[in-house]
Design a protein around this ligand. Structure first.
Ligand code: OXD
Ligand code: MN
Length: 590
């Protein structure tokens, strides 16, 4: 049988025959290789040096102005059977997708270097980790993948040992949005991406591999690949509970992962440990608990809004050895974005800053930085066995109805909470206030197969011997009638996490309601917060009529995944609806 290395070389040869690069470079991940690439990118303008006194090792990349974000309408999941992709994905027949991509890749690397990037998602020696190889013609992608994954010789050695890897082929092409596709072939464990250099479209280890392909692989292999942060909360006695939390984009995952405890908590000895800010892979361990790793090695964080007040840990992390993309710069060449003190002189497109042109930094401008630079980086983040998860948290941006926190009555109820989660749009974002977008488990753009099958997979973890995490739902974004947030958020969210941990440890009674268990009076510690009891009552109220409507809407949403919607989830929706006093309705499941 041919060795994996031979199979890999054959694939590289086949890709080179199609794309016709001038050179081929196998990445070893070394400092020397990185240094040479950075010099080359500085010379050709791909990178711009930032102030090396204030920001040593930091560089700026300005993308094509039309290539600044993920492109969901151009992202396809190409299962052989259309139904397997589900209504939650764009689908294309694999043969058609391959033909389209082959035509685009044909000769696309002429005059360019083809880089072969072997990478490992997760600690290099962890049984939970999985490997891939990305072929790209972008040195910017190589430099980012080196930060975001364990990349190079060690990953290649694991691939050779293990005999399997996800194949990713990427070319920036002409950066023409008309010639841009992000294709996934879950059954072939393959990704093909053309026409974009943006992180989520081009750093194939992240969303494409670690979520879309991995979610499908995880279902086959009995684990979960989730869009979740992982954070460790250490109490003053020195016990640490690990919490995994899923929120849609722009709901503060990075801030929660790097939470700064309020002063009184800090003084009392509470500590917060960051394990991951975006992706969580978890699977049952021998003791029945779920163990999680962060498959990434770095943070690809949104820069605007990151400040000493909102996330001083992130700010400290990016003071050196960071790649900034599409931020503005100050007169003394420091990176700048909205939320930082100081003034920009050059905007993200390299123009003299003029407020008439919009924000100085692109709203989706990013920093790429090694997780090791985070002051709260958990020593357990490198643990091959992963960390045991005590609680799973779902949440969204819900200006009304959803309480600050509630706990599911059991795993099935928790899966229903995750399936039902979503965010309401604001006038600023869309012009239409209060439009609720459901985003089950925050995986709508990332689940590589039918949501109905995915919910069934989640439900399957509840089996004899399992010691599953408790499931909670939070809402940091409740507003009063004047449109003001009711809850201060940020570091104060630790108060809510403390209640969850008390529940996990059997130290908080809570109050059972039809929608879940809420904190009993006095259980949420609010000392030092100047918090009005009426506000707390509003944050924890259960509006029965509002919830009856919500359950009906959840029922309709779940029906959209029929006939693959698990009957158990439909039954759970009915159970909660009945508990709220709503009459029974017809099942739409098969
Ligand atoms: C996202 C991200 O879009 O993490 O969710 O970049
Ligand atoms: Mn994300």
């Amino acid at each position: 049988m041919a060795s994996t290395l031979e199979a890999l070389k054959r694939w590289v040869d086949d890709v080179a025959a199609m794309t016709r690069p001038a050179n081929i470079h196998w990445c070893d991940g070394s400092d020397a290789e990185n240094h040479a690439l950075i010099q080359q990118m500085l010379a050709d303008g791909t990178l711009i040096e930032l102030n090396q006194q204030t920001h040593p090792g930091c560089y700026l990349h300005r993308s094509h102005p039309g290539d600044v974000a993920r492109v969901e309408h151009l992202t396809f999941v190409c299962h052989r059977n259309r139904e397997d992709a589900g209504p939650n994905n764009h689908w294309m027949d694999p043969a058609e997708a391959h033909a389209k991509m082959d035509a685009l890749f044909n000769g696309c690397m002429e005059g360019r270097t083809l880089y072969v990037i072997p990478y490992c998602m997760g600690p290099i020696d962890s049984p939970l980790s999985r490997c891939g190889v990305e072929i790209t013609d972008s040195p910017y992608v190589v430099a980012n993948m080196r930060i975001m994954t364990r990349m190079g010789a060690a990953a290649q050695a694991r691939i050779e040992r293990e005999g399997s890897f996800v194949k990713g082929l990427h070319s920036t092409g002409e950066l023409d949005p008309e010639r841009r596709f992000i294709m996934h072939f879950p059954e072939e464990r393959m990704i093909q991406s053309y026409g974009s250099g943006y992180g989520g479209n081009a750093l194939l280890g992240k969303k494409c591999h670690a979520l879309r392909i991995a979610s499908h692989q995880a279902r086959d292999e009995g684990w979960l690949a989730e869009h979740m942060l992982i954070v460790g909360i250490e109490n003053p006695q020195g016990d640490t509970h690990y919490i995994a939390a899923a929120f849609p984009s722009a709901c503060g995952k990075t801030n929660l992962a790097m939470l700064i405890p309020p002063e009184a908590y800090h003084k009392a000895g509470w500590k917060v440990w960051t394990v991951g800010d975006d992706i969580c892979w978890m699977r049952p361990g021998p003791d029945g608990r779920l163990y999680a790793i962060n498959p990434e090695a770095g943070f690809f964080g949104v820069a605007p809004g990151t400040s000493t007040a909102t996330n001083s840990n992130a700010l400290k992390s990016i003071a050196r050895d960071t790649i900034f993309t599409n931020v503005a710069v100050t007169a003394d060449n420091q990176p700048w974005w909205e939320g930082l003190p100081g003034t920009p002189v050059t905007d993200w497109q390299g123009r003299p800053y003029d407020p008439a042109n919009g924000p100085a930094a692109h709203p989706n401008s990013r920093f790429t930085v090694s997780a090791k630079q985070c002051p709260t980086w958990s020593p357990k983040a490198e643990d091959a066995q992963g960390v045991p998860i005590s609680a799973i948290v779902f949440g969204g941006r819900r200006p009304s109805l959803l309480p600050l926190v509630m706990e599911a009555s059991d795993w099935t109820h928790g899966v229903l909470m995750g399936a039902a989660m979503g965010s309401e749009t604001t006038a600023a974002a869309t012009g239409a206030v209060g439009v609720l977008r459901r985003d089950s488990m925050a995986m709508k753009p990332f689940c590589g197969y039918h949501y109905g099958d995915y919910f069934q997979h989640w439900l399957s973890f509840d089996r004899p011997g399992a010691k599953l995490p408790r499931i909670f739902h939070v809402n940091w974004f409740r507003k009063n009638k004047d449109g003001k947030f009711l809850w201060p958020g940020f570091g104060e969210n630790l108060r809510v996490l403390e209640w969850m941990i008390a529940r996990v440890e059997g130290k908080a009674r809570g109050v059972e309601t039809p929608i879940g268990t809420l904190p009993a009076s006095g259980e949420l510690k609010l000392d030092g917060l100047h918090f009005n009891q009426l506000t707390l009552a509003e944050l924890l109220a259960v509006d029965q009529a509002g919830w009856q409507d919500e359950l009906a809407a959840i029922g309709e949403y779940l029906d959209s995944f029929a006939p693959r919607m698990p009957a158990a989830l439909h039954a759970e929706q009915q159970r909660v609806a009945l508990a709220l006093g709503t009459p029974e309705r017809e099942a739409a499941t098969a």
